[in-house]
Design a protein. Structure first.
Lengths: 315, 480
């Protein structure tokens, strides 16, 4: 790929005692949808804030479009669109006015701004709500308005910090599709989330963060290839005995077996006929069982294997 | 970009409900309430009769006559009155009856109750009388926390003298007319006196009476309109006695004698119970609205500082410098606030017909600069660290209300107390500064003191805006 849009090198950020970012380095190329994945408190928002020169950081360098980023780099800022984690729209202004108000921070020309605002409204599908005040919008629509405010000026780099938190599936899909469309139109996107499904769905490249460190980076496929797990077979059964567990552990390619909450999980690394072997063993043992299914590794497995913990709490 | 921001800032300001309520409706409603309250007193002419106890440690006939002239009197201990007093009282009564041909009633200013000291105190405690007048008061604890009314005396001396001389003239004219009418009919003065049942000794007594007037003290329990009118009356009476004494003596009286001594039980200051009070309230009201600019301007820093709000973060990442958004915010708030103050002034001037000394444009100017001062204060408070926005609103409201209170918006007279004990407070209190600028406009012929107050407002504005910018100059934050 060509141009480097974001270059973060050895970024360290301390909040008093707490080290929120620990020698973080990221490079993002033009045209990517770059996913920043990490559990709550891993430092995603802190990274974005440093990137935007809102936060003072202790060490490291940040370059955008090949130039160092400072608080007064207004020419650089003009090329960025930001959608922060919390919705920030003015209650006193309606949908149209809010977008126009924020767009006006970038675009001086009135006619052009009007066109951009109309396009942004069209883009997020708020045509029917232009006269609505934010208080009258549902959570999903509000998020969409928030996004429209950040992208109306057609930035080259779009930064979204967890734009889908507390959004219903319909709005979420709309948002994700929109991001892909923006990307197709030429924008580079940085997308932070703790929903791995979203990252897998849209991101061209992913960095996984934990405790302010980047623990892995690559495409979804590359990340999954980092770990030995290739397949997880789950068998629903009411009870399990040690003999069965040992049999399963002895099967080829099986590297771990766990039984919890009525589910027997068998972790496999490569190889063939794995499911067949397992079914044979089950049959021989004569134990009763319910559903059996096989899953490919997810980013959660990647995270689990690298950090030893789940990416996020079950909800 | 500045104009774009300005447009939206103004839009947002004017759409905020609080602005409409606090800046436009509240002051107008309050003004009307004051108007109604004061209107009862000043417009219908129905001054409420003020009950007052009189404790005579020494009998002062002149004072008795005066009191009976001002209203009804009643005595708890019956006693014989001198010839002269009877005659004077009768003459005055007759004259009044002649005059009151129409439906107009004689205003009963006071309802005097002559009684013993202990009774008087009881009546005062029970609220049956509004004050106790001591005649030749030895009963007044001169040592203790009794507060003398020096400041107010000094302040209004001229006024009183003027008023006093007029009153004296009227009084003497009245006495004169009553006599003349008969004299013209060919009866000698001596005959006239005899026919009225008076002797020459009585006339000598009259002269003595004028010369040997008593020292008067006033004791009141609390502060208010009624107490003020008693005080007014005593001041007037004091002046009257001084002048009549001089006249009766052919100008050879031994100079001015301190006849007045006002004592307030419970350390409360007396007020000027005249229409000025209403006007003062109105001036304070405008000043309060101007200072409410504080609450309007709180959001300027909030919406521009990345560490204070998400709006701030959003704006801080934009292509518009912070200085531009802050300036736009300041200008928008000034605009909004000047608008609100102007509405308030216009309402008072046109609807309530408040007297601004015929200098309305200068009143608008003072109000506008006051509004800008209020906005600058709000900008400063808004820029202070990480206090919650709600807390800042609370703080500003409290500040404005306290300053207004000290300036006498709720209880008039507070300002006078401060003026006496710590005049610097009034000089520094922004609400008082704005209110005073209007006051000076209405009483001064020139505009020197008015512009002095405007200068004070400008100094405040510059200081607060400078401090505000100092606090918002940071571009990067340690934490968000
Ligand atoms: N202002 C602050 N002061 C002190 N510590 C902070 C501050 N902001 C964040 N932190 C800490 O820094 C760490 C990283 O926080 P950050 O907000 O960047 O996480 P995140 O990945 O965005 O999490 P989330 O998914 O919850 O948004 C956390 O441990 C958090 O507690
Ligand atoms: Mg976050």
């Amino acid at each position: 790929m060509g141009e480097t849009v974001v270059k973060i090198a050895n970024l360290v950020k301390n909040y008093k005692e707490l080290r929120a970012l620990d020698h973080l380095s990221l490079t993002i190329e033009k045209g990517e949808i770059f996913g920043l994945l990490g559990p709550n408190g891993s430092g995603k928002t802190t990274t974005i804030s440093c990137l935007l020169s809102l936060l003072a950081y202790n060490e490291g360098t940040i370059e955008l479009f090949g130039q160092p980023m400072t608080p007064t780099s207004y020419d650089l800022k003009a090329r960025i669109g930001v959608i922060l984690q919390n919705v920030a729209v003015f209650d006193e202004l309606n949908v149209y006015e809010n977008i126009d108000c924020f767009c006006g921070l970038y675009i001086k020309d009135k006619a052009r701004r009007r066109q951009y605002v109309d396009e942004a409204i069209e883009f997020v599908g708020l045509n029917d709500f232009t006269g609505f005040k934010p208080k009258k919008l549902s959570g999903g629509l509000l998020r969409r308005l928030n996004i429209a405010c950040g992208i109306a000026h057609k930035p080259e780099l779009i930064i979204l910090d967890e734009p889908t938190v507390a959004v219903d599936p319909q709005s979420r899909n709309k948002i994700l599709e929109g991001i892909e469309e923006l990307n197709k139109n030429g924008a580079t996107v940085i997308y932070t989330t703790h929903y791995m499904e979203e990252v897998e769905q849209i991101c061209t490249r992913i960095a996984i963060m934990d405790h302010g460190k980047k623990i892995a980076e690559g495409t979804s496929g590359e990340l999954k290839r980092l770990i030995k797990n290739t397949e997880t077979v789950t068998i629903e059964m009411k009870e399990v005995n040690n003999a069965l567990l040992n049999t399963m552990k002895g099967l080829p390619n099986v590297y771990d077996v766990k039984w919890e909450a009525g589910r027997l999980k068998i972790y496999l690394a490569g190889g063939e006929h794995n499911l067949l072997n397992i079914m044979d063993a089950l049959k021989t043992s004569g134990t009763g069982f319910g559903q059996v299914y096989s899953e490919l590794p997810t980013l959660n497995d990647v995270f689990l294997e690298i950090t030893g913990k789940e990416l996020r709490d079950k909800d | 970009m500045f104009l774009h921001n300005l447009k939206y800032e103004i839009k947002m300001n004017l759409r905020a409900k609080e602005v409409i309520i606090w800046m436009l409706l509240f002051p107008c409603v309050l003004s009307v309430l004051y108007k109604v309250a004061f209107g009862n007193i000043y417009e219908n002419g129905g001054i409420k009769t003020v009950p007052v106890a009189v404790v005579e440690n020494r009998k002062d006939d002149m004072f008795r006559i005066m009191m009976s002239w001002m209203g009804e009197s009643k005595s708890t201990h019956e006693e014989e009155e001198s010839n002269l007093v009877k005659w004077l009282t009768k003459t005055i009564k007759e004259k009044e009856e002649n005059e009151s041909t129409g439906e107009e009633e004689k205003p009963l200013l006071f309802h005097a109750i002559y009684c013993r000291e202990d009774e008087a105190y009881r009546l005062l405690e029970d609220g049956d009388v509004k004050g106790i007048i001591f005649v030749d008061a030895d009963g007044v604890p001169a040592d203790t926390d009794a507060k003398k009314d020096d400041a107010a005396d000094k302040e209004s001396d001229e006024e009183i003298t003027e008023w006093g001389s007029e009153a004296v003239k009227a009084f003497l004219d009245e006495l004169g007319e009553a006599g003349h009418a008969d004299i013209n009919e060919g009866i000698s003065a001596a005959d006239y006196l005899t026919s009225e049942g008076l002797t020459l000794e009585d006339m000598v007594e009259f002269k003595d009476m004028l010369n040997s007037s008593s020292r008067l003290s006033l004791k009141i329990k609390s502060n208010g309109m009624e107490q003020s009118s008693i005080k007014r009356f005593l001041e007037m009476y004091g002046t009257l006695i001084k002048i009549t004494g001089k006249l009766a003596d052919g100008g050879n009286s031994p100079g001015t004698k301190n006849v007045m001594d006002i004592v307030v039980i419970e350390d409360v200051k007396l007020t000027d119970g005249n229409t000025d009070q209403f006007v003062t309230y109105m001036y304070n009201m405008i000043a309060m609205v101007a200072l409410f600019g504080m609450t309007v301007a709180l959001h300027i820093a909030l919406y521009s500082e990345a560490n204070l709000s998400d709006f701030g973060a959003r704006r801080s990442c934009s292509a518009t410098p912070k200085f531009t958004t802050i300036m736009a915010g300041l200008c928008a708030c000034c605009f909004t606030q000047i608008f609100c103050v102007s509405v308030c002034i216009t309402f008072q001037a046109l609807v309530l017909r408040v007297d601004f000394g015929g200098r309305l444009p200068l009143v608008y100017l003072g109000g506008a600069i006051g509004a800008i001062m209020g906005v600058s204060m709000g900008f400063f408070v808004g820029a202070i660290g990480r206090i919650k926005y709600e807390a800042k609103i609370g703080i500003s409201m409290a500040v404005v209300m306290t300053l207004s209170f000290m300036s006498g918006l709720m209880v008039s007279g507070i300002k006078a107390i401060l003026e006496m004990h710590a005049p610097i407070v009034n000089d520094l209190n922004p609400v008082a500064i704005v209110a005073d600028s209007f006051y000076y406009l209405s009483v001064d012929a020139d505009t020197g003191r008015y512009f002095g107050k405007l200068a004070a407002m400008c100094i405040y504005t510059v200081i607060f805006i400078a401090l505000g910018f100092l606090l918002t100059r940071r571009r990067k934050y340690e934490s968000l």
